[in-house]
Design a protein around this ligand. Structure first.
Ligand SMILES: *Cc1c(COP(=O)(O)O)cnc(C)c1O
Ligand code: SF4
Length: 365
C-alpha cells in the first residue's frame, strides 16, 4: 500500500539500508502521508517528540495497516497520550544503567557480562523504549576515544566473559567500525563470546547485508538477539535477513520481546509469534515485562496477567518456542524470572504440583 508512495519516487533504493535510514519519516507532516491522525494524536505528537525523538523507516511503516487504529505496528510507532505522563513508579533510568557505568557507555551490572552502549541511532524509535532518556540523542554516544577506554576496561576485567553490543542500535555503526570493535573484543582472551542486541532485522532488515554477515562469520560465534514483538513483523524481508544471519553469518539468533498492552498481550498472538520465529530459525529467549520507564503506562500489562498468559503457553507449545518471562527490577535489581507457581504445596516428605492441565500430582522430595 503506502510503499507505493516511495516506490513512485525511487524503486531501486528501497532495499538500500542507508537510503531507508536517510529517508526515515521524522515529522508529523511526513507521517500524515501514511496515517490520518486525529486532532488529539497530532497534539500528543507535538508534545511527545520533544520528550523522545520520532522516527520510522519507510520499510517499517509499510507494514502498518493505515485504516486499522489497533494495528500493532502503528501502536509501536505513534505517540500516545500516556507517554506524556510519568506515574509515581516510573523512572528516567529504571534499570540504574548510569549508576553501574564504570566507563562511558559500559554498564557492568552482572559479574560476567557487560553491556556496551554504542549508538544513539535506531531505525525506528519504539515508543516504549527503556533507554529513551538517551536513545536518539547524540550527546550520549560514546566517541572513538571512549571506545578505547571501554576496550581497556574489558581487557583489565578478567571476569568479563561476554560483551553485549547495544544501544540505540549497534548495527547503526558502519561495517568498518563493527569489524574493528568485534575484532578488538575477539582479541581479548578472557572474552568467551560476543552478543549483539539489534532491532534491525525487524525495522530495517536490509541492514543485514552479505558484507555484514561476513564480519560475523569471521568472528564466530556471534549471538544476535533481535526484537520481534508481533507476527506481522515477520515478513519476506525479515525472514531473508534472518536467513542471511544464520547461513552467511553463522550467527546464533535469539529473540527478546516486550509484553505490550493491546499489541501482543494475548496467548494466541504470542503462540503465533513464537512458532513463526522458530520456523525461521530464531529461538525465543526472553519475554520482558515492560520496564517502568517514564511514559510507559499505556503499554503496561499487569504481571499477574503476564503470568496467566505464560501458563496458557507452557506445556502447550514446544519448549523451544517458549521464552523466559522476566522482569528487570526497577532500581537496578537486575532481571528475575517471573514465577508461574506449579509447586502448590510442600509436606514433610512430598511436594504437590499442579501440571499445565491443572491436574494435581504428588512426588517425593
Ligand atoms: C539484560 C542485561 C544483560 C544480559 O542479561 P542476560 O540475562 O544474560 O540476557 C546484561 N547487562 C545488562 C545491564 C542487562 O540489562
Ligand atoms: S530499537 Fe531498542 S533501543 Fe532502539 S528505540 Fe527500540 S527499544 Fe529503544
Amino acid at each position: 500500500m503506502k510503499k507505493t508512495f516511495f516506490l513512485k519516487q525511487d524503486l531501486s533504493f528501497w532495499t538500500n539500508w542507508k537510503w531507508q535510514l536517510q529517508n526515515r519519516i521524522t515529522t508529523k507532516e511526513e507521517l500524515e502521508n501514511f496515517f490520518s491522525l486525529s486532532i488529539q494524536e497530532k497534539e500528543i505528537f507535538d508534545k511527545a517528540e520533544k520528550i523522545f525523538n520520532f522516527a520510522v523507516t519507510p520499510y517499517y511503516v509499510s507494514l502498518a495497516n493505515p485504516s486499522d487504529p489497533h494495528c500493532p505496528i502503528r501502536k509501536q510507532i505513534i505517540p500516545q497520550a500516556l507517554e506524556l505522563i510519568q506515574t509515581s513508579y516510573e523512572r528516567q533510568d529504571p534499570l540504574y544503567e548510569e549508576n553501574y557505568m564504570p566507563v562511558k557507555g559500559v554498564t557492568h551490572r552482572y559479574p560476567d557480562r557487560a553491556l556496551w552502549y554504542l549508538s544513539h541511532v535506531c531505525p525506528v524509535y519504539c515508543r516504549f523504549c527503556t533507554r529513551k532518556r538517551k536513545v536518539g540523542n547524540s550527546f550520549n554516544t560514546p566517541r572513538k576515544e571512549d571506545w578505547k577506554k571501554a576496550l581497556e576496561y574489558f581487557q583489565e576485567h578478567k571476569e568479563i566473559k561476554e560483551v553485549i553490543l547495544s544501544g540505540g542500535d549497534p548495527l547503526s555503526l558502519s561495517d568498518t567500525s563493527l569489524s574493528y570493535l568485534i575484532g578488538e573484543l575477539k582479541r581479548i582472551s578472557h572474552i568467551n563470546h560476543i552478543r549483539i542486541h539489534t532491532r534491525y532485522p525487524v525495522t530495517l532488515p536490509f541492514r543485514i547485508t552479505s558484507e555484514l554477515c561476513m564480519i560475523f562469520k569471521e568472528n564466530f560465534p556471534i549471538f544476535v538477539v533481535t526484537h520481534f514483538n508481533h507476527p506481522k513483523e515477520i515478513t519476506l524481508e525479515s525472514k531473508e535477513a534472518i536467513r542471511k544471519l544464520i547461513q552467511e553469518g553463522n550467527a546464533i539468533v535469539l529473540n527478546q520481546n516486550v509484553l505490550l498492552k493491546g499489541i501482543n498481550d494475548n496467548a494466541e498472538i504470542l503462540k503465533d509469534l513464537f512458532y513463526q520465529l522458530v520456523n525461521i530459525g530464531v529461538k525465543p529467549y526472553y519475554l520482558h515485562q515492560c520496564d517502568e520507564v517514564y511514559g510507559s503506562s499505556g503499554f503496561k500489562v499487569p504481571i499477574q496477567e503476564g503470568i496467566k498468559i505464560m501458563k496458557q503457553l507452557r506445556g502447550f507449545i514446544s519448549g523451544i518456542c517458549l521464552p523466559n518471562y522476566v522482569v528487570d527490577l526497577t532500581g537496578g535489581g537486575g532481571k528475575v524470572p517471573l514465577p508461574t507457581d506449579y509447586l502448590i504445596k510442600e509436606n514433610a516428605e512430598s511436594l504437590i504440583f499442579e501440571n499445565f492441565q491443572e491436574e494435581i500430582f504428588k512426588i517425593q522430595k
